[in-house]
Design a protein around this ligand. Structure first.
Ligand code: AMP
Ligand code: MG
Length: 464
């Protein structure tokens, strides 16, 4: 293989030039590969060995491509910014994977772009490895997500609160179309551009949609399902701005995200989320709010008559709540190894969890272990016997309730070591969370909740 032999499609850039500014990545003098998902690389048609070579690593920091910075707008913490865009990211282009699907290959931390505003365009090793490990965990959990292909250390220094080693993340996504992409297109008042963007989204993600309203309905359904999946595993995105919500239904933009330790629905980890807007329990209503912004952006495409367009949009958005509820309830049944009809038992469980604040991940595995007689009951006797009387499918539970997630204290430990030059704990953690359901001897440390001192006041940072 050689760089010259890799040919990216430029479908986004050629179909939507108004949303794409041709731009080159910064030249990094000493790029060094820190992490590579070899299976993903092979799936995209790369020889993983070659990607590890000096030339392959140069491709992973943007050499040889005709990248673009994508334009988008967005509501950040509820306030509208008309021009965000890729301030430190570039779309290298698209590749077709082994299943024939078009995938974006995208860099983050590759230098300033015309959208950089005051930012330096760079990223540090810690936050990029964080996106790598958490997106890997989400994928292994079966949750739709953008994927991390590689993290390359740039050899340069990034200045945050302290000087940090710099890195570039190469990520792969079904696309980088965001709610904010539509907000941007709508704000141009160029209806033809908005229509072209919607056509592009339909062709890439929902070819069966049939209409622009069908596109919106498909996004509503995808997001209802996605957010329910987050809730089931205790994932807190942390910064659900409209520019961080995809049209494809993939989780995107791993910043201050983290998994719940103790079950407290009010949990907020992000240091900048002072009002708790993006708390664990708020994620469904925030998703609905973001989808309302998408509906507003798409409105002129729904009907020429504005009143009729609003009526159609309102009806479609109204499906989010029942769809989310349906997805959440059915997933909770699966977590308890039950068929349908156990809503009351589920409500009682959640109520008890709110009172006791058990470790969210450990609780569900302890339930199946207790039912096998291998662990003390984690719930009161009365609840255990009601549940046991329904004959839960214990093996089925263990296929949906992870043993291993990237626990906050383990992530912090691995990233601190990596920043100091020791990647072993990071690679080990990635290996453990890549098979989240299969309990393996010797990995007890990875199943244990964080020490209390760690949990109290634990905060995550955007790393921007
Ligand atoms: P985020 O909250 O990470 O999704 O980023 C919001 C916006 O800030 C996006 O437009 C990013 O491209 C931009 N941004 C974040 N960090 C930087 C940085 N270090 N340099 C330039 N732009 C950035
Ligand atoms: Mg973002």
């Amino acid at each position: 293989m050689s760089i010259a032999a890799v040919s990216f499609d430029n479908r986004f850039a050629s179909e939507l030039p108004e949303l794409a500014i041709p731009w080159q990545a910064e030249k990094f003098p000493e790029p060094r590969l820190l992490a590579l998902d070899e299976a993903l690389a092979a799936d995209l048609g790369f020889d993983p060995e070659w990607l590890r070579s000096e030339e392959g690593v140069r491709l992973l920091v943007g050499e040889g491509a005709q990248p673009v910075a994508q334009a988008y707008a967005g509501h950040q913490f509820g306030g509208y910014s008309p021009r965000l865009g890729d301030g430190r990211a570039l779309l290298l282009g698209e590749l077709t994977d082994s299943a024939g699907r078009l995938r974006d290959v995208h860099l983050k931390g590759s230098g300033r772009t015309p959208f950089a505003r005051g930012g330096d365009g760079l990223a540090a090793v810690g936050p990029m490895l964080r996106e790598y490990v958490i997106s890997q965990a989400m994928h292994a959990l079966g949750i739709p997500t953008t994927r991390a292909l590689a993290v390359v250390a740039t050899g340069g220094t990034v200045y945050r609160e302290s000087p940090l080693p710099g890195a570039v993340l190469a990520r792969v996504a079904a696309s980088h179309l965001r709610v904010g992409s539509f907000q941007f297109a709508r704000a141009t008042r160029d209806l033809e551009l908005l229509r072209r963007l919607a056509d592009h989204a339909i062709a890439r993600h929902y070819p069966e949609a049939g209409s622009y309203l069908g596109l919106f309905e498909a996004v509503v359904t995808a997001q209802a399902s996605l957010i329910a999946r987050w809730m089931h595993v205790g994932f807190i995105h942390g910064v659900m701005n409209t520019d961080n919500m995809t049209i494809s239904g993939e989780t995107i933009d791993y910043g201050p995200c983290a998994f719940l330790d103790a079950f407290d629905p009010a949990t907020v980890y992000s240091s900048i989320d002072h009002a708790g807007r993006y708390a664990y329990r708020n994620q469904p209503v925030i998703a609905e709010w973001n989808l309302a912004r998408l509906a507003e952006a798409l409105l002129p495409l729904f009907d020429d008559d504005e009143e009729q367009a609003v009526k159609l949009a309102t009806e479609a958005l109204g499906r989010f709540r029942p769809q989310y509820q349906e997805a959440w309830v059915s997933g909770m049944h699966a977590k308890l190894g039950l068929q349908q009809g156990a809503e009351e038992l589920i409500d009682d469980l959640v109520e008890a969890m709110q009172a006791d604040k058990p470790d969210h991940t450990k609780l569900f595995r302890t339930l199946s272990a207790a039912a096998r007689g291998n662990a003390p009951a984690p719930m009161p006797e009365a609840w255990m016997s009601r549940w046991g009387a329904l004959n839960p499918d214990l093996d089925g539970m263990d296929r949906v309730n992870p043993v291993y997630i990237p626990r906050n204290h383990l992530v912090e430990e691995a990233l601190a070591a990596a920043t100091a030059g020791d990647l072993d704990p990071f690679h080990r953690l990635v290996e453990v969370i890549s098979a989240p359901f299969e309990e393996r001897p010797g990995l007890e440390r990875y199943t244990e909740p964080a020490p209390r001192e760690f949990c109290d006041g634990f905060q995550t940072f955007c790393g921007t």
